[in-house]
Design a protein around this ligand. Structure first.
Ligand SMILES: CSC[C@H]1O[C@H](OP(=O)(O)O)[C@H](O)[C@@H]1O
Ligand SMILES: Nc1ncnc2[nH]cnc12
Length: 295
């Protein structure tokens, strides 16, 4: 089994992490395009770490233009085993207040304009995302948040919207009342689906900045207010991340939920019908089951 390597994808307001030993920003190339930015690597408490700012340093990429496939492929190529997303989100629940964190365990995917799979013509695969996050990793995130004194909610459904505009009042009410969602953001899909295809454990820490537009006492989403809450949340997130190496440990265990074996029975295309060009691009994501095509 490989050693643990924790990959952190930082969302809005989270453009670096602190305290890495041997810290180095590394350009990592991917077979699926250019990642959002270079990746900050190093070690923390004896555990290998990799940090990637989802929108790039300086926040240059929108939720729709972030290269989700390149990001996950690049993390996999580096040797990442566990991916933690830290993201800003709006809340649909009175009890989930701005400044609170939610360890998300379900998603409703309403994104429409993003490449959402590594597979396709020439190599068709269908993975299960019934349980789209890794419970072992999510539990570690919740424990880290609690130890950090963060008000954290274990479990919640994240509505992933295309954006970049925020929701209408009617949408906000529908997501909350009819669809039972807890939080809303623009980036965790297709990221979570791609992590599953790449056999990476994935957990999402959603950091609440606002009540979206449904709340009668809070009115519309206001970016100035979001940014004010966002930077406080980002400080807390860095504290949470610093506790993860101690909770996960350097020696990687087989995932008890099977995230690291998601492709075992997923590929349908007959070996002789597979497209060699696509198979070559899948060397990192699916090399375990396809047989590696490069070193
Ligand atoms: C800052 S408001 C909207 C923006 O913030 C979230 O980004 P991320 O998930 O990367 O933290 C949200 O999804 C939107 O992209
Ligand atoms: N209300 C909201 N809707 C979508 N994405 C968000 N990110 C932060 N707040 C959000």
């Amino acid at each position: 089994m490989n050693d643990t390597m924790i990959g952190v994808i930082g969302g809005s307001g989270v453009y670096e992490i602190d305290g890495l030993e041997n810290a180095e920003w590394r350009e990592v190339s991917s077979a699926f395009g250019t990642p959002s930015d270079a990746i900050l690597t190093g070690t923390l408490g004896g555990v290998a770490m990799a940090f990637l700012p989802r929108h790039g340093r300086g926040h240059v990429l929108s939720p729709s233009s972030a290269p989700y496939r390149a990001n996950i492929d690049a993390l996999k190529r580096l040797g990442v085993t566990d991916v933690i997303s830290v993201s800003a989100c709006g809340s649909f629940r009175e009890a989930m207040a701005p400044g609170d964190f939610v360890v998300v365990d379900q998603f409703i995917d309403r994104t429409v304009a993003r490449e959402s799979s590594f597979f396709g013509a020439g190599c068709v695969a269908h993975v299960s995302v019934a349980h789209p996050t890794c419970d072992r990793l999510g539990t570690a995130c919740a424990e880290a948040a609690e130890a950090q004194g963060i008000n954290v909610h274990r479990g919640g459904t994240y509505l992933a919207m295309e954006g970049p505009q925020f929701s209408t009042l009617a949408e906000s009410r529908m997501y909350r009342d009819a669809w039972g969602c807890d939080v809303i953001g623009m980036t965790n899909m297709p990221e979570a689906k791609l992590a599953r295809e790449a056999e990476l454990c994935y957990a999402s820490v959603a950091m609440i900045t606002d009540y979206d537009s449904w709340h009668p006492d809070h009115g519309e989403v206001d970016v100035t207010e979001i940014i004010r809450v966002l930077f406080g949340n980002a400080d807390k997130a860095r504290g949470l991340v610093a506790r993860l190496p101690g909770l996960l440990g350097a020696a990687r265990q087989v995932c008890p939920h099977g995230c690291d074996r998601a492709l075992d029975h997923a590929i349908l295309t007959a070996p002789e019908k597979r497209d060699p060009a696509l198979i070559a691009r899948l060397d990192a994501v699916a090399g375990r089951v396809l047989g590696r095509t490069s070193s």
